[in-house]
Design a protein around this ligand. Structure first.
Ligand SMILES: [Zn+2]
Length: 125
């Protein structure tokens, strides 16, 4: 098991040995709408093509959250927290997140039609 976690914004690796667990690394939220907001703010197009299960294994370090997004003893983020500081990219445009979350992982141009068909099919069944 690899204990090293990298931040999706600053790409810094934090290992549990070096930081003794003191550096907070937040994983992406399980909630669809909040997860979408995080991806938008992080500004990485490739993240918009990942299903939430994979995003749950990606992290953002504490340097990107304002102090009022932490709980009282600064050990956890509050539920409504989102990355707002030291962002390295402009936010993603909304159309890039139209298909989020994707059921298949990476969507390429030609697969888009199939994805729409899939959504239609599942909503009717
Ligand atoms: Zn970071």
């Amino acid at each position: 098991m690899n204990h090293r976690k990298s931040c999706e914004i600053c790409n810094i690796y934090y290992s549990s040995e070096t930081y003794q667990g003191k550096m907070l690394m937040a994983c992406f939220p399980a909630n669809k709408d909040r997860c979408k907001l995080w991806i938008k703010l992080v500004g990485k197009k490739d993240l918009a093509n990942l299903p939430i299960v994979k995003l749950r294994r990606k992290h953002i370090c504490a340097n990107h959250f304002s102090f009022n997004h932490f709980n009282r003893d600064k050990s956890k983020l509050i539920k409504s927290a989102f990355p707002s500081l030291n962002l390295s990219r402009p936010p993603l445009e909304d159309h890039l997140l139209e298909n989020f979350p994707t059921p298949f992982g990476k969507i390429t141009g030609t697969n888009n039609k199939f994805t729409h068909w899939f959504f239609l099919f599942t909503s009717e069944s």
